[in-house]
Ligand binder design. Structure first.
Ligand SMILES: Cc1cc2nc3c(=O)[nH]c(=O)nc-3n(C[C@H](O)[C@H](O)[C@H](O)COP(=O)(O)O)c2cc1C
Length: 228
């Protein structure tokens, strides 16, 4: 019997694929298919475990979930428009541009810090993690839960056959892009998840793997059985 759909197989299949298109690609999915794909992936993120609800200040009229993360999604049209705008902005987008030219979808995942003390009225950047304002166990567990949500998305994309990549975000972390996209600087960007077309590997462009993909796979180098 084939094991292609099973969880263990999908987890082992997941890998970073940074697809670097040299010009904007036509999407492989229709807008409706992209919307369904994004919705399916978000539903997987919503199944992640989480320990604490997000602070009430994040519960806005439109986005009032107790989950400790938020997702901001772009279909391929929006990715291409954003790429066009970033080309005229500072700092230069670098490889984010090539990936926005290739992506079928991008999901920007933020986590919602519990922040203490006086905060700036207008932010130039995100709160810094692990300062006295933000460094606490609750925030550690917000990040952990949000990361579990992200991993669910990557596994879902892998299972559906879409090459994918968890990026720190590069220029998409910065104020200019955040304002353009409406991703508040009070929230902390944990990952820009690029979902690429299924046939990306057949298109003959540069696809970079994760630098550390083959490292750390020997379980006994990072685990120890406890004996009492
Ligand atoms: C929180 C996080 C942020 C990451 N950001 C980047 C990034 O900005 N640039 C990059 O090349 N890879 C980034 N990666 C991907 C890692 O390089 C990749 O996961 C690692 O090399 C292992 O490869 P694999 O994903 O194929 O197993 C990130 C991964 C994580 C978990």
């Amino acid at each position: 019997m084939s094991n292609e759909g099973n969880t263990e197989h999908i987890i082992k299949q997941r890998k970073t694929a940074k697809v670097l298109a040299d010009a904007p690609w036509e999407a492989s999915l229709t807008p409706i298919e992209q919307e369904e794909l994004i919705k399916d992936l978000l539903e997987l993120a919503a199944c992640a475990p989480y320990h604490y609800k997000s602070a009430s200040k994040y519960h806005t009229a439109g986005l009032d979930s107790p989950l400790p993360f938020r997702a901001y999604t772009m279909n391929s049209d929006v990715c291409r428009i954003l790429a066009g705008k970033l080309q005229h902005m500072e700092p230069a987008p670098g490889k984010i541009l090539n990936m926005l030219w290739a992506a079928e979808a991008v999901i920007m995942m933020t986590w919602l810090p519990d922040v203490f003390g006086a905060q700036p009225v207008e932010r130039e950047m995100e709160p810094l993690p692990f300062t006295p304002f933000t460094g606490n166990l609750r925030n550690m567990e917000h990040i952990a839960a949000s990361s579990a949500g992200i991993q669910n998305i990557l596994l879902g994309a892998t299972q559906k056959g879409f090459p994918n990549y968890w990026s720190s975000g590069g220029v998409l972390r910065q104020k200019a892009a955040r304002q353009l996209l409406g991703v508040p600087l009070e929230e902390m960007l944990l990952g820009c998840l690029f979902i690429f077309p299924k046939d990306a590997y057949e298109k003959g462009v540069d696809i970079k793997p994760g630098k550390f993909h083959n490292d750390g796979k020997k379980v006994l180098t990072w685990s120890k059985s406890i004996t009492l």
